[in-house]
Design a protein around this ligand. Structure first.
Ligand SMILES: [Zn+2]
Ligand SMILES: [Zn+2]
Length: 460
């Protein structure tokens, strides 16, 4: 009988081993959906709980991105989204509250509207441009309008965010609008933030922060450069880092931290209000909860309060609206852009229209052939820096004119999930073989046991 038990154990371990390697394989291969093009970015909207990885720098120019409520994982893979343009909120609402714990149904805008139980890492947003006009409570941020249970790590943001409102609760954050449980780490933001309150009657609650405008997110090893403009006929809560530091959600007794972070820049603001608070400081405008660790931080920040409430504050006032412009090409390390300088004052300057890096690619390797129905994909490797770049091979046409096709190619970029699909099929086939071999071994062992049992009986 002992022998029989040993065989049973053996069979069990073979099965366990098979299950183990099956599991290993799934996690090792990485199930992220690969994003090669602006078109591929739509997959986030179709499946906002998926895992994604950027394979290319992608120019989002000409696309009005819909803020997506996201619960997946987005790995920028040290690539960039250029010229991401957001003009609407995601549509869903969450409860936010002000310093008096008054609650508001609030909507949000950013690359992500609501980011819940999600992660965003290794992503650059170059020239992100979020501009929202609304009469409903609203918070905007470059990565997310609202963040709960999520982490942002190793991201880089260069952007312009503007909120024009006629409502009672609103804010602009360089990275996140309103945040609860979560963190922002090793992330830099170089942002111009503008918040204009168009409702002179109501005393509203306004928030602005270089990292986030209100909430309780942990911050570590971040660098914030802020140029903020805030016109408010109510209560201002402005901080180079955080507008108002407040526990969220209520009842949370977590002790957070803000460490190893540097803030540079200025917030220009007015608070048109007889009952004035005018919170504006280098790190945190108003602190509602002191239960946090605070070490290794530094700042070079200017609080620029304006007492003239007659005109809304903005970076620049020349009315001619005429600029000298110059186009700068990108190279292996940096993106190209167009630089604008005001013709009237000669001082005000800004950059926009970022363009992809210029790599030196001698030849392209076909990853997926184009057919008459589908685009193909090819990969090039820069001979100067080694960067891998993908681009689309256009759909085949009936009458192909060689020269024209050559000209079209560089304009387009990439696609193709077929590559991943095929890989998975191959993986599945290998697994099938492993399973079959395992089954044969198991059957052989069962045979051996039966044989051993029969033999034992014969002896008796
Ligand atoms: Zn000017
Ligand atoms: Zn290169």
């Amino acid at each position: 009988m002992k022998k029989t038990l040993t065989y049973v154990k053996l069979i069990l371990s073979v099965f366990l081993f098979l299950i183990f390697i099956k599991g290993e394989k799934v996690s090792a291969e990485g199930n992220e959906t690969k994003i090669y093009t602006a078109e591929d970015m739509q997959k986030l909207i179709e499946d906002p709980s998926g895992d994604y990885i950027l394979m290319n720098d992608i120019d989002m120019k000409g696309i009005e991105w819909k803020s997506v409520d996201f619960t997946g994982n987005f790995d920028g893979n040290n690539h960039a989204l250029l010229n991401l343009t957001v003009r609407s909120t995601s549509g869903s609402t969450r409860t936010t509250y002000d310093g008096n714990y008054k609650t508001y149904d609030t909507s949000f805008a950013g690359l992500f509207g609501v980011l819940e139980n999600a992660s965003v890492k290794n992503l650059t947003l170059m020239g992100v441009d979020v501009q929202i006009q609304t009469d409903q409570p609203c918070f905007i941020g470059s990565i997310a309008g609202f963040l709960e249970g999520s982490d942002i790590e190793n991201c880089k943001i260069v952007g312009y965010l503007r909120l024009d409102v006629a409502t009672k609760m609103f804010g602009v954050g360089g990275i996140v609008g309103y945040g609860g449980n979560g963190s922002i780490k090793e992330t830099s933001a170089d942002v111009t933030l503008i918040c204009v309150d168009h409702d002179r009657e109501n005393r509203d609650e306004q928030f602005m922060g270089g990292a986030y405008s209100a909430g309780f997110l942990d911050v570590d090893h971040c660098y914030i450069k802020i140029d903020g403009y805030d016109s408010d006929h109510g209560y201002v809560h402005d901080g180079g880092l955080v507008g108002m530091y407040i526990l969220y959600p209520l009842g949370n007794n977590y002790a957070g931290y803000i460490n190893n972070t540097r803030v540079e820049g200025m917030i220009t603001f007015f608070e048109d209000n007889t009952d004035r608070r005018a919170y504006c400081k280098d790190f945190i405008g108003e602190v509602m909860n002191w239960t946090y660790e605070y070490v290794g931080n530094s700042s070079d920040f200017t609080r620029n309060e304006i007492k003239d409430y007659s005109k809304d504050l903005q970076p620049h006032y020349c009315e001619g609206n005429s600029y000298d412009s110059e186009v700068f090409e990108g190279n292996c390390e940096s993106f190209g852009f167009t630089g604008y300088t005001c013709k009237e004052c000669g001082e005000y300057a800004f950059k926009t229209n970022y363009t992809l890096k210029n790599h030196n690619i001698q030849s392209w390797e076909t990853i997926e052939e184009a057919t008459y129905e589908k685009q193909g994909l090819e990969k090039g490797i820069c001979s100067d820096c080694g960067e891998e770049v993908y681009r689309i091979i256009p759909v085949k046409e009936e009458e192909v004119i060689e020269e024209v096709e050559e000209e079209i190619k560089p304009e387009e970029t990439v696609v193709v999930k077929e590559v991943t699909v095929k890989k998975e099929e191959k993986g599945d086939k290998t697994m099938e073989i492993v399973m079959i071999v395992g089954l044969i071994i198991s059957l052989a062992l069962i045979g051996a046991i039966v044989w051993a049992l029969l033999k034992g009986r014969q002896k008796r």
